[in-house]
Ligand binder design. Structure first.
Ligand code: SAH
Length: 473
């Protein structure tokens, strides 16, 4: 280790910052956030400093620092972004016995400024010992994505019960086990979902069960949208819940690359439906979710896209709500939004469409039952879910009800995934083109003049050559 990591109390102490640009602004900001008084030396501050210079904890000098300015300071930052000026500050600080840091100039640094993950009261400082600040920031970004923003709330919440728990569970080892259990349990998730009353109920249930050795506290259900397939499109919350689940229910829309992010020892239950062949009915799925949660498990239900957009998520959790089982719903990027972005088709655009409609069609007796008048309007984009299998009926119905045969149409197959394919055409020839391309879905149909923008805006090439690990990713 090249440096000693410590956390310094600089509240009400003086920090000197020399410089007037972006770097100085960041140094001032950080010193203020830790409660310091900041003396800023900047002859010509940029507007970026304005909000700080108005702060009562900041004193601004329109001149370079002089020897007396450093006396009594605890830290000094050279942020002039000019070696000679920063060196002057460095020498003054050294002479005054003040620890000094000059950005990007190791030989002028008594200490380095780490990348910081702030989850007060938890704070992590990440340093590369000056070797690669960029990589330190990459590590920070990884931690940002996995450590929930609200973990601080959890620690404050748990602190409130410390005395009570010590009274109820006398044995130290048992007590530690209880705390470990609680932090990882439904209680933690409730706090982080902002449900403090629910967290208290769950906490006391757990405490009761633990101190009397009886009863199984109720688990929780996570209804999580995973987006259209690219794992990079998961939300932080989705990823966190995927890594906490005891059991996961998934279906055909969830590809192996997403499944590989679920906690390894979570039990996996496939509840998928294949065309015409129902592996498990909707009611059975809801019942299974409830049963597992009532056994005390953290149950993860993964849904492609967004759970509340053509995902029957609402139906699945009605049953959960009826049993008073706590649940969370995590939105995902819905197929229309994800596929359009990855196909270079803005769903709305001032020159093309001010409205965007998401629909799904059900074919009945060879006819598709949709509100054609509403769908055939100018300046509008229509995204059709679950339409690939009936594209020919859809196209002829659109034409029959008056849509222009020249209306641009795109079909995005396996959107956002490595094998994404996009077929574009007109309403009059899209069926033929889709047949020729032998698309096999999942695919979304996008109708509207926005489709023409793809010529300029396509960016995602997929990577068909990469060996596939499974059929759906
Ligand atoms: N809840 C999902 C939709 C489920 S319905 C969501 O919000 O996206 C299933 C339909 O979604 C498929 O028939 C297809 O039309 C669309 N879909 C899902 N994933 C897709 C993908 N990767 N590419 C194209 N369409 C997709």
């Amino acid at each position: 280790m090249d440096h000693l990591p410590i956390f310094l109390d600089i509240r009400s102490k003086t920090v000197v910052v020399s410089g007037g640009g972006t770097l100085a602004a960041r140094r001032i900001e950080r010193a203020l956030s830790a409660g310091a008084h900041v003396k800023v030396f900047a002859s010509e501050p940029t507007p970026e400093l304005d909000p700080f210079l108005a702060n009562p904890d900041v004193t601004h000098f329109r001149r370079p620092a002089e020897p007396d300015d450093l006396s009594g300071a605890i830290l000094a930052y050279g942020a002039e972004e000019n070696f000679d000026n920063d060196k002057k500050l460095h020498d003054l600080a050294r002479a005054a016995g003040v620890l000094v840091n000059v950005a990007d100039t190791m030989e002028l640094c008594d200490f380095i400024t780490p990348a910081i993950l702030d989850r007060t009261p938890f704070v992590a400082a990440i340093s590369s010992s000056g070797a690669s600040p960029i990589l330190a920031r990459t590590i920070k970004a990884e931690l940002e994505s996995t450590i929930p923003a609200t973990i601080g709330d959890l620690s404050y919440f748990l602190a409130r019960f410390r005395d009570e728990v010590a009274e109820r569970i006398a044995d130290g080892t048992q007590r530690r086990r209880f705390w470990e259990d609680v932090a990882e349990s439904v209680v933690g998730e409730r706090v982080m979902a902002g449900d403090i009353a629910g967290a208290e109920t769950a906490f006391y249930e757990k405490l009761e069960a633990f101190s009397t050795g009886s009863g199984t506290p109720v688990g929780e259900v996570y209804l999580v949208g995973t987006g259209p397939g690219d794992p990079d499109l998961l939300t932080f919350r989705a990823l966190r819940l995927m890594q906490r689940a005891d059991v996961v229910l998934y279906d055909r829309l969830i590809g192996p690359r997403i499944m590989s992010l679920v906690r390894r020892d979570a039990e996996r239950i496939y509840v998928g439906k294949k065309k015409n062949e129902h592996t498990m009915g909707q009611e059975d799925i809801s019942r299974l979710l409830a049963t597992l949660a009532l056994e005390g498990k953290r149950v993860l239900r993964l849904k492609g896209g967004d759970p509340f957009i053509f995902g029957r998520g609402g139906e699945e959790i009605e049953e959960i709500a009826r049993h008073d089982i706590p649940f969370q719903v995590v939105p995902g990027i819905t197929a229309a939004a994800g596929c359009a972005a990855y196909a270079g088709i803005p769903l709305t655009h001032r020159d093309h469409a001010q409205t965007c409609i998401f629909v799904t069609g059900h074919a009945k007796d060879g006819e598709v039952d949709l509100n054609w008048k509403a769908l055939i309007q100018p300046n509008q984009t229509v995204a059709i879910y679950m339409g690939l299998g009936m594209i020919s009926q859809l196209a002829s119905s659109f034409l029959k009800h008056g849509m222009s045969p020249d209306m641009p149409v795109a079909v995005v197959d396996k959107g956002t995934r490595r094998r994404q394919r996009v077929v574009t055409g007109k309403m009059s020839d899209i069926t033929k083109k889709v047949d020729e391309a032998a698309l096999d879905g999942p695919a979304i149909i996008v109708i509207g003049t926005v489709v023409t923008l793809r010529d300029k805006l396509a960016w995602f090439a997929g990577s068909a050559e990469v060996p596939q690990t499974g059929s759906t990713a």
